[in-house]
Design a protein around this ligand. Sequence first.
Ligand SMILES: CC(C)(COP(=O)(O)OP(=O)(O)OC[C@H]1O[C@@H](n2cnc3c(N)ncnc32)[C@H](O)[C@@H]1OP(=O)(O)O)[C@@H](O)C(=O)NCCC(=O)NCCS
Length: 170
Amino acid sequence: MIMIRKVLLFFPKLWYKILEKRTLRIVHSHQGEVSIHGWTHLTPQTVLGKNPNFNGLDVSGKGKVVFGDNFHSGKDCMIITDFHNYEGDAIPYDDTCITKNVTIGDNVWFGSRVIVLGGVTIGEGAIIQAGAVVVKDIPPCGIAGGNPATVFKYRDKEHYYSLKAQGKFH
Ligand SMILES: CC(C)(COP(=O)(O)OP(=O)(O)OC[C@H]1O[C@@H](n2cnc3c(N)ncnc32)[C@H](O)[C@@H]1OP(=O)(O)O)[C@@H](O)C(=O)NCCC(=O)NCCS
């Protein structure tokens, strides 16, 4: 198996095609093409919009994760939807699991190494800065960074909605 992986790494396009097929077999639903250019793991509870672009994203847990259209992510991103219960009858946590969903609007871009925790909604057109940890909702067109991620500026909304009306999506 390790040998096969090593061989495939010499042929990245073939490797990504295999990854893409595997990923699409797993997800709950998707429409049209999915672009995968990095190690990406999605769950059966994942719902993809049109034209998703993954450069390395690990979705974990049993929570529903809904992506809008034209999603783009950098490398080594994570969406974590399951939490251990630390207020139950064992320490550091008991064997029950708390699951929270994640919703991501259209035209969202994650920089590299973004972490999103369950229970969060990211508005359309938002940008999440590389290395950010998102624990609270991000409004539409918000540009957010840090840990915990906060909005430090907004996209030019007039420009954004004008491009959207013209159907100019990457
Ligand atoms: C989100 C991002 C696009 C914003 O880029 P930007 O518009 O150039 O913004 P800057 O990083 O220059 O920051 C703008 C201002 O916000 C401030 N700022 C940046 N990050 C901040 C944060 N987390 N909290 C508060 N303020 C912050 C900056 O200090 C700067 O302030 P100033 O104007 O007073 O100097 C960029 O930071 C980023 O993460 N890019 C992703 C890169 C990546 O991962 N690429 C991989 C390929 S997908």
